[in-house]
Design a protein around this ligand. Sequence first.
Ligand code: PLP
Length: 392
Amino acid sequence: MEYNFDKVINRKGTNSVKWEFMNDMFGTNDLLPLWVADMDFECPKPVIEAIQKRATHGIFGYSSNDYEEYYISIMNWMKKRYNWEIEKDWIVHTPGVVPALAICVQTFTNPGDQVIIQRPVYYPFTRVIVNNGRIISNNSLKYENNKYSIDYEDLERRAKDSTTKLMILCSPHNPVGRVWTKDELTKIGEICLRNNVILVSDEIHGDLVHSGNKHIPFTSISKDFEKNTIVCTALSKTFNLAGLNTSSIIIANEELRANFKKTSEDRNASPKPNPFGIVATQAAYNHGEEWLEQVIEYIEDNMSYIDEFLKDKLTKVKMIKSEGTYLAWLDFSDLGLSKDELWDIIVKKAKVGLDDGSIFGEEGIGFQRINVGCPRSILEECMNRIEKVLKE
Ligand SMILES: Cc1ncc(COP(=O)(O)O)c(C=O)c1O
């Protein structure tokens, strides 16, 4: 079937963080919101139907995903999309990827140990490290000629430090939109292996890759990487189901998996999956691909729209070429504005809610992240508002 992503759906009255709870972030609820990473699109029809069917039953007691068809839906998806053969036992449920990152930090490091991240990066990476009493080791991404890349020398130096125990990789990368190539991933993996650093690959955006790019699950690269890697996957970004709190963490190494599960059970009370997350997972992985192909095309068109808009009307603002995700990363630094001046323009004058780049680390100062997972008319309104204020 053909989905209509131009349709504007009123999300007010649904407890939407993006549309109704902006106040904490922006100090007002009166903004056009293109910030937090969920989309303003209905999810695939087979998923809606599966949830409706389950809801009709009327009893929502403790539920389990521990049955064959559930695992098979995930295994088939990975095989079909990535030619990645995973085993049923490797799949561990968590109520989200961020909880899984916290479990990794708690399990594979001790207080005072260092954990490598690559800023500017999804800001909860910092939170799960610092709030657990561990130390950030920041292998800043290199930004040259409007493109981001990895500083391997710095990465090796950081990995060599005897107190560095873990690296959290964002693959594809939020917010800079890079889809790392096999060569880049291989170099990272070898550095981690050489220095006994366990790698956690957050692949939550892995299914949302734009044409001409290829997402490679880290573990699929080699048997050696398989032993040293925890891959975090979820259907939350892929099928716009973030509120269902259902993720699949894929851990091939038996010892790492046993330790991960132990922390999850002992310290985090390992909540059972919710009944809607279970049926949604099966429906989305078994029947959601057609929707996904269409949504990616729509996102790519939205990305091109911004790029052309900027080239045409706001030449000092540059868009970083996006290879994946529905998050566009815009460079406002040529305007020479301070962080506060930029905030004033975007939030107070244009009245749009974007993620200010500084929340991803100081490397993000002068940037804004726009969530383009919305109908084109909303994106147009956002860009027009920004243009109007900047021209004034
Ligand atoms: C890289 C990355 N990891 C994790 C998450 C959130 O994961 P969850 O909601 O499953 O905790 C996001 C959401 O934006 C993200 O961008």
